[in-house]
Write a protein that binds this ligand. Structure first.
Ligand code: SF4
Length: 312
């Protein structure tokens, strides 16, 4: 399926997905957490898949079928594989611009050494680069790159693209328990991301069945720690934990507000108290949410935070 959704996306509002890579998945990585399974067609050579006109027509048909209230905020290339392997990506983006809807691309960033790839991505309004680790060994362990990919080249081209790109640049880090989630590793990753100066740096966890079944989510403490390390590094982090929160801040419904905010970032004890006061509520609400496993109380650097509790 070339277009799907629209789906609510915390990053992009209502997003109509575009899959420009045919199945079975073709990718330059074979991430251990990939929800599309193990990469059978490991590739770094760009090729033609669908003609831009075919993508345009499919998206047009899809948009025409949506009712007025369900029009997407973004058309998002989020492929069953690596979208920049599509040699027509730039032309497809140009063509889709006719709809007047901003275009987003979620890429693993492994092919940014190619000028054409960077030029293609520069046409998009919003780009997310995958940065799971600043350490080559961990990069190899978690992303399992194509044998011809080089870690230093990958890193250098993150910086080069960040310099060239004029749209909204974002990063995404998938944290996997005992692979890239200890404090030192996260600090290194944060130091690398900081140099890219992203608008937002998303921290996510595997929420769908991963390619390798031993892959696990980090615990809430590690996730809170990652969030605080990113924040202290001067990055604007946001968590993606697989919950459909509205991310609208204060709505007047205290339970909804706490759960929604906790899904995006941990709430510090003093901020929680402010939220309760604003809603004329008291700490029994927090106890209730802890007891029904909606949120968890965690500690970092002697400060208490509340974070969304994952489904185990
Ligand atoms: S880069 Fe994306 S599509 Fe490719 S293996 Fe990793 S998670 Fe899967």
């Amino acid at each position: 399926m070339i277009s799907f959704g629209p789906v609510p996306s915390r990053r992009l509002g209502i997003s109509l997905g575009i899959n420009n890579i045919p199945t079975p998945k073709i990718c330059s990585y074979s991430c251990i957490y990939c929800q599309v399974g193990v990469t059978k067609r490991h590739n770094i050579i760009r090729q033609q898949f669908y003609k831009p006109e075919v993508i345009f027509k499919k998206v047009k048909k899809h948009l025409d079928s949506l009712d007025k209230n369900n029009k997407p905020d973004y058309l998002t290339f989020v492929a069953n594989g690596e979208p920049t392997l599509d040699i027509n990506l730039g032309e497809s983006i140009e063509r889709l611009k006719e709809f007047g809807i901003p275009i987003a691309v979620i890429t693993n960033a492994s092919l940014l050494n190619a000028t054409e790839v960077r030029n293609n991505l520069c046409k998009a309004d919003w780009v997310s680069l995958k940065v799971d680790s600043a350490d080559e060994k961990v990069w190899r362990a978690i992303n399992r790159p194509h044998i011809l990919l080089d870690f230093n080249t990958y890193k250098e081209n993150l910086f080069l693209f960040a310099k060239e790109y004029r749209g909204s640049l974002n990063t995404e880090t998938m944290l996997v328990k005992d692979v890239n989630d200890n404090a030192l590793q996260i600090q290194d990753t944060a130091d690398l991301i900081k140099q890219i100066k992203p608008t937002t740096s998303y921290i996510s966890i595997p929420t769908r069945p991963p390619a390798l079944n031993w892959v696990n989510k980090p615990d809430e403490e590690s996730l809170n720690q990652a969030y605080q390390i990113y924040l202290n590094a001067g990055i604007n982090p946001e968590m993606i934990l697989g919950y459909e929160g509205s991310n609208m801040g204060y709505t007047g419904n205290i339970i909804k507000d706490i759960v929604n905010i906790c899904s995006v970032h941990p709430i510090r004890e003093d901020a929680m108290q402010q939220l309760l006061i604003k809603d004329k509520a008291d700490s029994r609400i927090v106890d209730y949410l802890i007891n029904n496993h909606s949120i968890r109380k965690v500690e970092y650097n002697s400060t208490v935070y509340y974070i969304r509790q994952f489904q185990k």
